[in-house]
Every structure is written in C-alpha cells, then in structure tokens.
Design a protein around this ligand. Structure first.
Ligand code: NOJ
Length: 577
C-alpha cells in the first residue's frame, strides 16, 4: 500500500510552498475558550457503514441510535462529545452521498425525519452532540436547481452554477473549456452542456456541478437550509471542501508546474480555491450559526498544510489540517509536523487532530504497512490522537484498530477508483469504509443482509463485543484515554511544548493548563527505549494512561522510564490527580 497514493494526499516532495491567504482571523480569537468543541472528542460516523437496522446491507439512522451507548458516557461507552455524521441527505450515491440532490431532507436509505429527530433526542439525552456534514460547494446533477439551471440561460436557477462560454473551438470543431482547471477526480473540471452552449464547472465528478457562491440567491438558499437544520437540533456542521467555495472572479487559468504523478498536482491551485471572498462567506455563515450559542463548525481544508488551515481558523470555526496524518510512523517526522502546526496555529488558534477519515487509509494500515506490529502502532497512535493540542476527530472503527480492507476490482464503489490507472493514480477509498464489526456473528452484527462493502476479514476476533470484554484491548485503551482527557485540563485545553527527544525514537511533549500538567511520551521504535524523565516542571512522575495495562517490568528503572516497542504513556507529576 502506498499511503501517498490516497488520492487526497500528496507526497512530501510534491508539496509546494503554501499559497498566501488572508491572515486575519474571522473574529478576534484571543485565547481559546473552553467550549465543548475544544475540550471534547468528536467521533465520525460514516452512516453507510456503522449499523444497519433493516437488513438492506447499508447502515442507517435507527442502527446508529441502537448503538449510541457505544459512544456515550456510560460504563460501556467511549465517552465522545459529538458525532459528525457524513452526509445523510438524498443522493444518487455516485460519491457515497457527497453528491446531494436535496440538502434539506433525509435520504430514505438512512431513515425518516422521525428517525433523525429520535437520533438528535437520544444523542442529546446521552450528552452527545450531532454535527452534520454540509456539502456546500456542489450538488448532484439531479438536484432540481441544476436540472433547472442546465435547461437554459433564462430560468430561475440559470446563474446558480458556474457557467461559462467556451474558449473557442479546437481543430475538430469541439468547444474548448473556459480555462485549464482540472477535476480532482480526473479529467477537465468543465463539462459542455449543449442546451446552453456553455460549460459548467465541477471540481469533483461531472455529476457534482459547483454552485456559484458569488450568487446572492445561492447563498440565501444555502443559509435557509442551514437555519432549517439548526432548528432541527444540529449542534454544528462539518463543511466539505469549504475553502473551495469561492472561485476566482475572472476564472483565470491556474499556473502549471513540473511533472507530478497526479495531473491535479501539476497545477498550482491559485485560482480555484482559497480566494479572498471566502472570508465574507464564512462570516455570513458563522453569524447564522452564532445566533444559536454553542454551535460549532469545522471546515475541511481542501489541500494545504497547517499554515493555510490556521489562517482560516476562527472562534468556533475549526479547520482540519492533515499535517499529522501525512507523516510516516517516525518520531522525527511527527516532531517536525507538530512543530510546524504549533508555529502555524500559535497559542491563539485551536487546531484539530486528525489521523484518519473516510478518504484516507486507516491509521493501523497506513502507519504499519506490512510490518507485523500493526496493533501496537495503532495503540501508540491513539495516544497521539488524544493527547495532542487540538480537538481530536476519531473515525469509526479506529477504536478497534480496524485496518483497510482489500476490495476486489469488481466490487469497487468509489467512482474515481474505477478509472484509476497510470494516468490517474487513485487510492480506492472503499478500503477505509468497511462496515463496523460489532460481534463475531454473521454480518458481524452490522447487518442481517449482505453488507454494501466487504467486512474486515478478522471481524470474528476484531469486533466491539470481543474488545469490550478485554480490559487490555485497543477499545479499552481508547476508553481510558478519552476518560483521562476529559478530566485533565492540561490534555483537553492546555498549551503544548515539544520536549527535546529524550531518546532517538522517542517523542515527548508537555501539556499545561494552570496547575494541570501532563507529559506524553511515545516510543516510535521497535526496540525498548530507556530515558530520564527530566522536564524541569516536576521531578517525579507517575503514569496516568499507558498503551498496555501492564508496563514492562522495570518501568521504573532507577529514575528513568523504560518503554517497550511502540509503547506510549501519559504521565502526571506525582501527587497530581
Ligand atoms: C471531500 C469529501 O471528504 C470526499 O469524500 C468527497 O468525495 C469530496 N469532498 C467531494 O465532495
């Protein structure tokens, strides 16, 4: 598996210097407050793959409701603060729901309006908030707005999408696209519509036309939709590719650069994202969300590193950056990435911590590759996820150490993966979307029918029931980590200092919030590491959480700590809670 071939990632050598975007925060951020979106842990549910209640092989809202206790704050719960639900709206399903034909409704595949209401009520009863995924950049081509828009140049939605006249004709007389922009899913970003004798823009599939966010009517329609979901109890929104909403007003061609593996990377995306007008849209959007106190938003950064993510971050508006996710499992690489994000966000902006999601290879597979110590690395990565400064986003199944599942060609669901090849390298995202294994039984307790995607081949032993019965499982570790994070101010809101590596393969960082102090050390190596715990903050430390219940004998080795291969631990000064 080549983790740089994830389609949504670029290899470090291909990452260019980041574009300059506005540096002013949306509102004055000051020192971050202690809102739930900052202190809490957010769990991503991929609804298709979480739990199926009706035997059609696809996860649904009643299935999620039935499993809320797995996420809640009871003895059998992970103790998460919010669920981010990938899209649940009506969709032809060409991009697994990211091609929406009605942003204001629930796809019958997932349930009814009443099911959504019950989900909100049952989640809230358990102290869990609901964050919806808003795909504002584009719709499905079957959305009534686009059906109307493509029909002609004069209808009520004629200008709701990005339409442009051809740039002349080629030698064969075919209309030429207006500029050189590319679709992230391969090919030109422009498709010709004979009915209008114009091209429309699609940053993703041809069937995902881009809305024109410079149109006041589009904004108003989307804002009305957002108000509707707030009225229905949504606690926040994840904004899909939010930094691509606004395009260059003149639609200028992007500058090209040298050869890269993916055609997309051969352009500098100067004009098709990160445009100055984005801030105005964000301000309008935040004003709507801010009218209901305690609601948050998180923007998915469509490419770009921590520096770009930080400039788009604001009060109650987080921005994903994938700097950590793109590192190999090596202490110096993580140290570099942490230093970079800390420098970009500084003390006044609050980052996110993301090690996996529905677009990327799962942590265990991505970091361990073909090495034999996959579960050990998954455990140590869990410690990083839940102790770094920032809001952790935990992708379903990671709490079991789930791995990518190989999908035979004939079973591919992810559209760009069907056309992957030398000219268009793409990592099949189905591999990280396999159904959640709940029990050892048939269908892994996920479905009584045929699952829409293959189950993980080890579901008989890697499932929630089995791990819940094992006090030293990966699931038990996640529960311990989240519980400790919740009650330790240093971990859930503290600032962070990276310590000089106490040993070659060791990463160590100190978190501090007032009198609360926590020290995390992670051994990235395959050999035990021994080192002195001297930070200047405290002389004596005790472990609060470790990757394994029993640390290797000799843990206290004189005044030093000995960590086993891929072992990680969180320490607090002796005497602290
Ligand atoms: C980003 C989403 O995470 C991805 O799954 C989707 O394919 C694209 N946006 C297009 O909506």
């Amino acid at each position: 598996m080549d983790p740089t071939a994830t389609g949504l990632a670029r290899s470090p050598s291909e990452v260019e210097s980041e574009p300059v975007v506005e540096a002013t925060p949306l509102t004055s951020t000051g020192v971050p407050g202690d809102d739930w979106w900052q202190r809490g842990v957010i769990y991503q549910v991929y609804p298709r793959s979480f739990a199926d209640s009706n035997g059609d092989g696809v996860g649904d809202l009643p299935g999620l409701v039935a499993h809320l206790d797995h996420l809640g704050h009871g003895p059998d719960g992970l103790g998460v603060d919010a669920i981010w639900l990938s899209p649940i709206y009506p969709s032809p399903g060409l991009d697994a729901g990211y091609d929406i034909s009605d942003h204001g409704a629930i796809d019958p595949l997932f349930g009814t309006d009443a099911d959504f209401e019950r989900l909100v009520a049952e989640a809230h009863r358990r102290g869990i908030r609901i964050i919806l995924d808003l795909v504002l950049n584009h719709t499905s081509d079957r959305h009534p707005w686009f059906v109307s828009s493509r029909a002609g140049r004069t209808g009520p939605h004629a200008d709701w999408y990005v339409w442009r006249d051809p740039a002349g004709r080629d030698r064969s007389g075919r209309p030429r696209p207006p500029n050189n922009w590319l679709s992230f899913f391969g090919g030109s970003a422009w498709t010709y519509e004979p009915a209008r004798e114009q091209f429309y823009l699609h940053t993703f599939l041809t069937e995902q036309p881009d809305l024109d966010w410079r149109s006041p009517a589009v904004r108003e329609a989307q804002y009305a939709m957002i108000r509707g979901w707030l009225d229905r109890g949504a606690d926040g929104f994840r904004l899909d590719v939010f930094n691509a909403l606004v395009k260059d007003a003149e639609l200028r061609s992007n500058p090209t650069r040298g050869w890269r593996r993916r055609p997309w990377d051969r352009q500098e995306h100067r004009h098709d994202k990160d445009q100055p007008g984005l801030r105005e849209v964000l301000c309008e959007l935040r004003a709507i969300v801010d009218a209901r106190p305690g609601r948050m938003t998180v923007g998915e950064l469509f490419e770009g590193g921590p520096a770009v993510a930080a400039t788009h971050t604001a009060d109650r508006h987080l921005v994903f950056d994938f700097g950590l996710l793109e590192q190999p499992w090596a202490a110096p690489a993580y140290a570099r990435a942490i230093r970079e994000r800390e420098a970009a966000f500084g003390p006044g902006r609050w980052p996110t911590v993301v090690l996996s999601n529905h677009d990327r290879s799962r942590t265990a597979t991505r970091l361990a590759g073909s090495r034999g110590d996959t579960d050990e690395i998954a455990r140590a990565a869990a410690v990083v996820l839940l102790t770094q400064r920032g809001t952790p986003f935990l992708y379903y199944g990671e709490e079991l150490g789930l791995r990518d599942v190989e999908i035979p060609r004939g079973e591919i669901q992810d559209p760009p993966a069907r056309r992957a090849g030398l000219a268009f390298p793409w990592w099949n995202r189905d591999q990280c979307r396999s159904p959640m294994p709940w029990t050892a039984g048939p269908g892994a307790g996920f479905t009584t029918g045929r699952p829409w995607l293959r189950l993980t081949p080890d579901s008989a032993i890697r499932n929630v029931e089995a791990q819940a019965a094992d006090a030293d499982s990966i699931l038990a570790l996640y529960r311990r980590l989240i519980a400790v994070r919740r009650v330790t101010p240093a971990l859930n809101r503290g600032d962070q200092v990276l310590l000089p590596a106490p040993a070659a393969e060791v990463l160590a960082y100190l978190r501090q919030a007032g009198a609360s102090v926590a020290l995390t050390v992670v051994n990235f190596g395959r050999r035990p590491a021994r080192f002195e715990l001297s930070t200047g903050v405290a002389t004596a430390w005790r472990p609060l959480v470790t990757t394994h219940l029993a640390l290797p004998a000799g843990f206290r080795d004189g005044g030093a700590v000995r960590l086993g291969p891929h072992e990680a631990a969180v320490f607090v000064p002796t005497g602290a809670g």
